[in-house]
Design a protein around this ligand. Sequence first.
Ligand SMILES: *Cc1c(COP(=O)(O)O)cnc(C)c1O
Length: 338
Amino acid sequence: MNLTRFPRVNLTLSVTPLEFLPNLTRHFGGPDLYIKRDDHTGLALGGNKTRKLEFLIGDALAKKATHIVTQGATQSNHVRQTVAAANKFGLKSTVLLEERVGNAHDDYYANGNVLLDQIFGTTIETRPPGLDMNQELAAVGERLRAAGETPYLIPGGGSNPIGALGYVVSALELVAQANEQRLRIDHVVHATGSTGTQAGFLVGIEGSNSRIPVLGVSVRAPREKQEENVRRLARQTWELLGIRGEFPDAAVAVNSDYVGGGYGVPTEGMIEAVQLLARHEGILLDPVYTGKGFAGLVDLVRKGHFKKGENVVFLHTGGAAGLFAYRSILAPQPAFKR
Ligand SMILES: *Cc1c(COP(=O)(O)O)cnc(C)c1O
């Protein structure tokens, strides 16, 4: 697959590590657990959006854009990485933060990714829940154009065919790494939200005929809807790359059993997953995506879905900045009594 046909900037410190998790593997006594560290992509605390932004910012620069516009939930990791990337390439940015999670603690609106967005100096506009955020994005684009700017609109999560190319790269990178380490990967598991990660990753796996099953653990939509959304973007990405034949729809697999009360709403499983990986391996997950994704992996290991002797790779997509927004959930008892 020739990805050099697309404009691209350099933002990612790849190859990201592929590591064995010896302590958790011993703890469960089930499959051998590995982790692909896409939380260490290098830009502004890292995460999966950085890989997508290589192609999105590349495209924006090719189109002579002056101003990046994007949107996300209040604690969006995508928004944080996007504004950092825009700054690096001298582009202005405006971001729309949607108040998607009700009843949240003050930290949710001020700490974590919101604090970082403010340090990066982007223009933040907030929106109440329930609006059509794509329409809001388009309206801001029109306003900037009328003011003489050349806006470049990036959809939520950077999930369009251009952004998904970043995860085609990630899949090819993981396959090459596994070949190098002589590691037979039996399953890849990761958190899925706006779908660009799973769609791009599957296009990389299937387009290179690598035959590795990929399971997306949904953080928002029910299984069938999420599978349909992943499939649609995967087909478009397949077409953009001009791969022969058709994207194999049957490769798309999502489990939505770990969403709990909704997007960004904490679950017991998420809290346990964050603590398990931190306490056994010294690795930080996040409360919104990887905490729920890893909770799914843990539950499936306990249920015997993954067998002893199999090698299971968790694709860590980042997000630890969000931990600071969930302090009241993750550390309800203050350490200091003052
Ligand atoms: C955005 C995000 C995801 C989900 O990736 P999508 O491409 O939106 O499906 C997973 N983990 C983290 C930490 C994220 O920020």
